[in-house]
Structure formats: C-alpha cells, structure tokens
Design a protein around this ligand. Structure first.
Ligand SMILES: Nc1ncnc2c1ncn2[C@@H]1O[C@H](COP(=O)(O)OP(=O)(O)O)[C@@H](O)[C@H]1O
Ligand SMILES: [Mg+2]
Length: 268
C-alpha cells in the first residue's frame, strides 16, 4: 500500500505554517527515517498519514484512500501511529487491555486478536507484564506498551514518532528489533528520529525536513554524507562519518562496521 503526498501545505493558524509544499511517494514495504531539527514539521507530516490532521491544501492518499474522505477510525486499519509520548496514548488499567484495544476495535475475530496480542507482547518483551498497570511500569516499558498496542493492530503501515528519545541502549536495541521484524513481514515503517546512528543502521531511506519542506531524500549514505546541506537542518552526520572524512577515507561510511572495513582496506 503506497503513500502519496502531493504538494501538501498545512497551517495550524493563518500565521503558523508548518508544512510548505511537500510531495513524496513512499512505497509499500519501505523503511523510512525522517530527520530534521525541532519544529521542522516532522510530527505534523506524519499526523497527516493517519488522518489526525487534514491538509490545508494538497492531498495525502493511503493506497487509493484520500485521507479527507475516510475517518480516522477507518484509517486506523491501515496506519498505526505510536505517539512520541506514550502518556498521550495509553489509557487502560492493565497492559493486556491496552494491547487488545486496537485489534478489538478493528473488529477482528477473537482467535486473530489473541494471536496478534501474543505476538505484539513477545516482540516488545512484555510477556509476563500483561496484568500490570502501565503506570506502574517505568517510562521505558510504557514506551514498549505503546508500541505493542499499535503492533497488535497489524497495520500495513507503522509510524514511530521519536521512539528512541530518552531510551537506554537496551531499549533502543529492542526497538530496532521490532523494526527489523516489521521489515521482514513487508510492513512500511516510518520513523522520526534524532538518533543519527539509529537512522544509519536501521533504515534504507532518509528524508530530511527543514522549515516544512523536504531538504534531502535518499539513502543514508547519500544523505549523511552531505554535511553542509544537512547542517541547514541542524543535524550532524554520525560521528564515525565525520571522523572518516577527517582522516581522509574515500567513501562515506555510516556504521562502525563500514568504518572498520574502510580502515582495514586503507591499511591494505
Ligand atoms: N498544536 C499546534 N498548534 C500550533 N502550532 C503547532 C502545533 N504543533 C506544532 N506546531 C508548530 O508547527 C511547526 C512544526 O511542528 P512539528 O510538526 O511538531 O515539528 P517537529 O515534529 O519536526 O518538531 C512548529 O513551528 C510548531 O511550533
Ligand atoms: Mg515532533
């Protein structure tokens, strides 16, 4: 199911223009990271994909559904959106009720719901915490509950809004595993992130936004190698990419593995 965004403009108020003519196609099964400084319009953009926001002008389509012609409830069967702040998303008294809510609401049969919930809990390593009140869990685990409740809906498109912000290494690895699993099953994953290493290691396409427009769009290697243009959105390439440049490596390296390989090659 492709996503088609055509000349999208959005203003919160006449003088608060957040998106300034965005056109993008995201194909089914793509893994896309969205980067850019605070206020660039990242959250505003992704909230158009599940219909939470409607274009001021231009259009957004999910498959052949124009988002202005379908309710948020209907779009929820196609696009899952994990909020940046889980506390805006969670409302149930225990983890199981929370994770079951989405698939129940989509009207799935009990068997299917049970399967989806079990799998979502396994993927997020929440099995065993079903009875716990999400508010008795640490913020780190609450984040995983928010993830699980969206995964359980089994939507073809999944959006994460800054999943790694404030998370420790263990949880970042957990989140990367969830994304890898979604990729394996052919889902489209769109992730807003400030974590450039996370972006380099887990995504095949990076879109940099600046002032409500697309500044760069390409593979991590293309994007993260363009230090000067990237600087316009106050994003630094990964430290190893910068280090590689400083020591005169020919190609742009974006992960530790690539850095070591290039060093070894240079040493002959
Ligand atoms: N609910 C809102 N009401 C008014 N202005 C908003 C609202 N949300 C965001 N904005 C403004 O829209 C612009 C884009 O914000 P946002 O999409 O949240 O950016 P990002 O997610 O990239 O940090 C910013 O100038 C921000 O201040
Ligand atoms: Mg945001």
């Amino acid at each position: 199911m492709n996503i088609t965004i055509s000349d999208l403009h959005f203003s919160y108020a006449p003088n608060v223009k957040a998106l300034n003519g965005i056109s993008l196609t995201i194909n089914a099964g793509e893994q896309v990271a969205i980067i850019g400084q605070n206020g660039a319009g990242k959250t505003t953009l992704v909230r158009h994909l599940n219909g939470l926001l409607k274009p001021t002008s231009g259009s957004v389509s999910i498959g052949d559904w124009d988002t202005t012609k379908h309710s948020v409830a209907k779009l929820a069967s196609k696009v899952g959106y994990v909020f940046q702040n889980p506390d805006e998303q969670l409302f149930s008294k225990d983890v199981l009720t929370e994770v079951e809510f989405g698939p129940k609401n989509l009207g799935y049969k009990k068997n299917k719901i049970d399967q989806l919930v079990k799998r979502a809990l396994e993927l997020t390593e929440l099995t065993g915490k079903q009875e716990t009140n999400p508010y008795d869990l640490s913020p780190t685990w609450r984040k995983m509950v928010a993830l699980a409740s969206i995964l359980a809906m089994d939507t073809p498109i999944v959006i994460f809004d800054e999943p790694t912000t404030g998370q420790d290494f263990t949880n970042i690895t957990r989140i990367a595993n969830v994304i890898a699993e979604l990729k394996k099953t052919g889902k489209t994953v769109i992730t807003i992130t400030h974590d450039i290493d996370f972006c380099a290691e887990n995504f095949e396409r990076v879109i940099a936004l600046s002032k409500g427009q697309v500044l760069l769009d390409g593979s991590p290697r293309e994007i993260l190698g363009q230090e000067e243009i990237l600087a316009q959105t106050y994003v630094d390439p990964p430290q190893l990419t910068r280090l590689g440049k400083k020591i005169g490596l020919q190609e742009t390296v974006i992960t530790p593995q690539e850095f070591l390989k290039a060093l070894a090659q240079r040493a002959g």
